[in-house]
Each structure stands twice: as structure tokens, then as C-alpha cells.
Design a protein around this ligand. Sequence first.
Ligand code: FMN
Length: 207
Amino acid sequence: MAKVIGFCGSPIKSGNVEKAMEHVLESTGHEWELIRLSTKKISPCIGCVRCADNNRCVLKDDMNELLEKILEADAVLLGGFPTFGRVNALTKTFIERLFPLIHNHMLTKGKIAASVSGGFFDQETVKEDFSAVFRELLMRDAGSLAVDGNACCYKCGYGETCDYSAFIARYGKGAKITKDIFYVFDEDNDVREKAALLGKKIAGMLQ
Ligand SMILES: Cc1cc2nc3c(=O)[nH]c(=O)nc-3n(C[C@H](O)[C@H](O)[C@H](O)COP(=O)(O)O)c2cc1C
């Protein structure tokens, strides 16, 4: 059995990105693990480039442990959502810290990769951010899944009145925030099916 490792860059516990990633991973039919990056200590890269010596990072946080997980895995699934229209900082910091894997050996070369991009408007830009990383790391891109999400304005308390509300941007002035507007991945059979297909695509490439 192959090993598939997922890294969820959404800090929202049991949010739609995490749920969708679990479904993709389960659908591979292989051994899998999902790591929530928000539970790990990952500092930004300091640009010392000492990782060129041994393909590991000098920073004393959790990232070397995560690099080992990638090296042990046969396929990698990344997930995140946008802030200000681009992949969120937690996910980006993790991506930045993949730099040690490049020097001299390109340790990710040929490894299968796929992505789950959440968001309220900008899933497509997050997907592009992930694809660019996979290209740079010479990974084999199995594809990506876009998942809807619940804007912060649904739950901040001002979403129906704030002039800058993403809720109003989608539903118009005068609309009410009710329980049924909340997106729930587990109830979206179309996207669940797409998630399952992505999992199967990864499995197919693992053969
Ligand atoms: C600070 C912040 C900024 C965000 N900015 C954007 C954005 O610019 N575009 C977008 O599509 N989603 C944005 N989102 C993401 C969504 O609003 C939502 O949080 C995300 O899809 C996770 O959804 P979930 O809670 O349903 O899992 C932002 C979220 C946060 C917390």
C-alpha cells in the first residue's frame, strides 16, 4: 500500500477545506494521514540557504519533521484558502519552507501532488498558486479540487449591514444570513464526487 500525506493550511478546524481533503485522501484507497499545519510550529524562511548543505532546515521548529513526511510519502495533497485573493500565509509559509528539498537533488521530483483550494471567491488563484509550486518542485500534478467556503462575514455579526461585506457582495443588500446559506462540503454531492475522482486519479497514478 502506498502512503499519501495531506497538509491542510486552513486553520479552520473541521472546515470545508479539511473535510474535502479527508474525502480525497480516503478515496485514494491507500494509507493516508492529514496534518493540520495550524497545529505545527512553522516559522518563515530566513533566507540563510544553509539548507543547500544537507537538504534540511537549520530552524528549530516542526518543519524538518514535515519534510521527512513528504520524503516518505508517495503522493502529497496540499490544501489552503485565499486571504486577500492569494493563498493564505500559513500555507504559503509551509510552501516556502519546502525550499530545502530542491538543492542538488530535487527530492520532490516525480512525486505525485494534488491540491484542494477553498475560498469564497478566489479558489482559482489558490489553485494556480499550488500548480506553480508543483511545477517548480517537478512534481506530477494529479489535479485540483475547488471547494466553496463560508466567508468570515457570515459569522462576524455585521455581515448583513457592513459596506464591505462579502455576504452582501454575493447575495445583495437586504439578504439575511440564515443557516441554509452556510456551505457544508459533506452535503455537496457534486463536489464530493469530484473529490472522490481526484482521490482515484491519485490512486491511478500510484500504480
Ligand atoms: C482573513 C481572511 C481573509 C479571507 N479572504 C478571502 C479572499 O480574499 N477571497 C476568498 O475567496 N476567500 C477569502 N477568505 C476565505 C473564506 O472566507 C473562508 O474562510 C474559507 O473559504 C474557509 O471556509 P470554511 O470556513 O467554510 O472552511 C478569507 C478568510 C479569512 C479568514
